[in-house]
Every structure is written in structure tokens, then in C-alpha cells.
Write a protein that binds this ligand. Structure first.
Ligand code: URA
Length: 184
């Protein structure tokens, strides 16, 4: 049976596949255009996302919107999601069993969207999606290709919050992403 976007959302809303269902306030499904060529995959909802049920509504979201704007991209034309759909308490790293429990949702989102470009934000997403030994510091901005889809990674916006000098580095990565999209 093929799931629809609504089916996936309903499954996520009712999900009890891992203990985060007991601590979350709201699950956070991906958001954006279902026709998007660009899929952005980050780590997990933080506290504000958990309160509102929407990805990247907090400080990291402000940075992401600024980056997108600087590169001629707009949140409404892309699709943004996370490896985990529920907030890990205290923003700790997602656990292996949580990532595995949540992975089917990301697979369905990807299957329905069929993105041309996937951008992983931060180590957790890059290591789950691109390669388990991916090093953001050395490999951000590099590309691999799978089934007609280009995959790349850059720093998570929260890394820019900790070190604002990273903004320009991430902007360069996003400019290349925007160029790739424009050339498709
Ligand atoms: N950080 C993430 O990784 N995802 C969000 O949705 C918000 C902050």
C-alpha cells in the first residue's frame, strides 16, 4: 500500500515507537512544499519546535531563513524535516534506537517528495544519511549522488549560533546548493 502525506502525518502524530513519545509535547513532521526539489534534513526538534509542532521556528530557524534568503531560496519552496520527529529532552543527541525507530517516517517523506537535492544540516543527519563516518568540518560542501539525487551537508544553524564566523562558510555551501537546483 502507498502512503499519502496525510497518512504519514497521522502515523507520526500517533507514534509510540520510542520513549520520546512519552516526553514530547508535539511531534514535528516535515514542512514545506510537496513539490520541492530541495529537501533539508536536520537533527531533531528543539524546545520551541516541540511546543509548536513546526520545524525550525526557534533561533536556528531564524538563521536558516536568513541563509535561504541570502541564496535566493525560500522556505515555502523547499521541504524541511528532521531525523527525529520528537524532541529529545535537554536537546541531547538522538540515541541509535530513536533514530532507527523514526527512520521509516523519513523514508516515506523522501519517497513521496523524490527530491533532486538533499542537504543534511549537521553531523547527526550527515552521518545517518550520507555516511556513518562523515566529518562536517572536513567534508561539508562535498557532494555524493544516489539515484539521481545529489546529497551534501553543511553545519547545523546552531553551530552558527555558537560561532557566528561559520555563517559565511554555510552561506557558500548554500550558494552552491542554490546553483545546483537552478541548473536542474
Ligand atoms: N534544530 C533541528 O535540528 N531541527 C529543528 O527542527 C529545529 C532545530
Amino acid at each position: 500500500m502507498e502512503y499519502t502525506w496525510n497518512d504519514i502525518e497521522q502515523h507520526i502524530n500517533e507514534c509510540t515507537r520510542c520513549p520520546l513519545s512519552g516526553t514530547r509535547h508535539l511531534p514535528v513532521m516535515g514542512r514545506g512544499s510537496h513539490q520541492a526539489g530541495l529537501m533539508v534534513i536536520a537533527e531533531a526538534p528543539s524546545r520551541q519546535e516541540d511546543q509548536q509542532g513546526i520545524p525550525f521556528v526557534g533561533k536556528s530557524g531564524e538563521i536558516l531563513d536568513r541563509l535561504l534568503g541570502d541564496c535566493g531560496l525560500n522556505r515555502k519552496d523547499i521541504y524541511i524535516t528532521n531525523i527525529l520527529k520528537c524532541h529529545p529532552p535537554g536537546n541531547r543527541d538522538p540515541r541509535e534506537e530513536e533514530k532507527e525507530a523514526c527512520f521509516p517516517y523519513l523514508k516515506y517523506e523522501t519517497f513521496l517528495l523524490k527530491p533532486k537535492v538533499i542537504v543534511c544540516l549537521g553531523r547527526v543527519a550527515a552521518q545517518r544519511i550520507i555516511s556513518p563516518d562523515f566529518k562536517i568540518t572536513r567534508q561539508h560542501g562535498t557532494w555524493t549522488y544516489r539515484k539521481n539525487c545529489g546529497l551534501t551537508a553543511t553545519y547545523h544553524p546552531s553551530a552558527i549560533l555558537r560561532d557566528p564566523s561559520k555563517y559565511e562558510i554555510v552561506k557558500q555551501d548554500f550558494l552552491e546548493i542554490a546553483q545546483k537546483l537552478a541548473g536542474l
